[in-house]
Design a protein around this ligand. Structure first.
Ligand SMILES: N[C@@H](CCC(=O)N[C@@H](CS)C(=O)NCC(=O)O)C(=O)O
Length: 231
């Protein structure tokens, strides 16, 4: 359930970290979505999602909340350790840990090689990426029992949208995989999004398991809870 305080706190989180609002210089486009293992409430994961918004990349998100039974184990099996974020790019067959290395790789491969200042300041970037936690705490960072969907859900949004954050937090704690379509300001994908959804508003969720599509973070959160949470 999304309350007024949640919305206010999510706006405050965006105010202290207004990164991941718009698209920057783009170069090569990947044929397939990238895969990212991450969770909400992790500042290192946030940095990487900000880079993905900036580079207008679609990404298949595998949430790895603490105590999550599914995707954490995949990371351990594939990379050898439980550390997040973990990127798998099927386009180049590259897998890696370490947020700074991932961000550098993303800008070298899909941007013009230059990282925006907010993502290139080392410890200061980490500090900045931690600030939203002052308002959202560890929401989304811990697993809650859920039913795993057969097919990944689809979410249209961008990192710094306060309303998208509220939806991502639930997707993360319920460990629901989803294909994230980044459609920040300046995104060339926006026209395709409007064709598909009928209007330019995020978050927009499509669930291929039930064929349900919807706007409005409050409705989306209620839908996810009712459909996938086991409480
Ligand atoms: N230097 C790493 C630090 C990553 C890191 O410490 N991630 C934490 C989550 S914020 C983690 O993987 N913790 C282990 C766990 O959640 O089990 C990076 O920048 O990617």
């Amino acid at each position: 359930m999304v309350g007024v305080l949640d919305v206010a706190a999510s706006f405050a989180a965006t105010l202290v970290r207004p990164v991941g609002l718009r698209v920057g210089a783009l170069r090569a486009r990947p044929k397939q979505p990238l895969h990212l293992y991450e969770f909400e409430g992790c500042p290192f994961c946030r940095k990487v999602r900000e880079a993905l918004t900036y580079l207008d990349l679609d990404v298949l998100i595998y949430p790895c909340p603490k105590r999550g039974p599914h995707f954490r184990e995949q990371v351990k099996l594939r990379g050898g350790t439980y550390q997040f974020p973990y990127l798998d790019d099927p386009n180049t067959n590259i897998q890696m840990y370490e947020s700074d290395a991932i961000i550098r790789y993303l800008f070298d491969t899909y941007g013009n090689g230059r990282r925006p200042v907010a993502l290139s300041l080392g410890p200061l970037t980490n500090l900045g990426a931690s600030l939203p936690g002052l308002f959202r705490g560890r929401t989304g960072a811990y697993y809650r029992a859920s039913r795993l969907p057969k097919r990944p859900l689809e979410l249209y949004g961008y990192e710094a949208s306060p309303y998208c954050r509220l939806v991502r937090e639930v997707l993360s704690s319920l460990e629901l995989p989803y294909l994230l379509h980044n459609v920040a300001s300046g995104s060339p994908s926006r026209s395709h999004f409007v064709e598909r959804s009928g209007k330019l508003q995020v978050p927009y969720l499509f669930d291929p398991n039930t064929d349900i599509a919807m706007f409005e973070s409050r409705d989306i959160v209620a839908y996810l809870e009712a459909t996938y949470a086991i409480d």
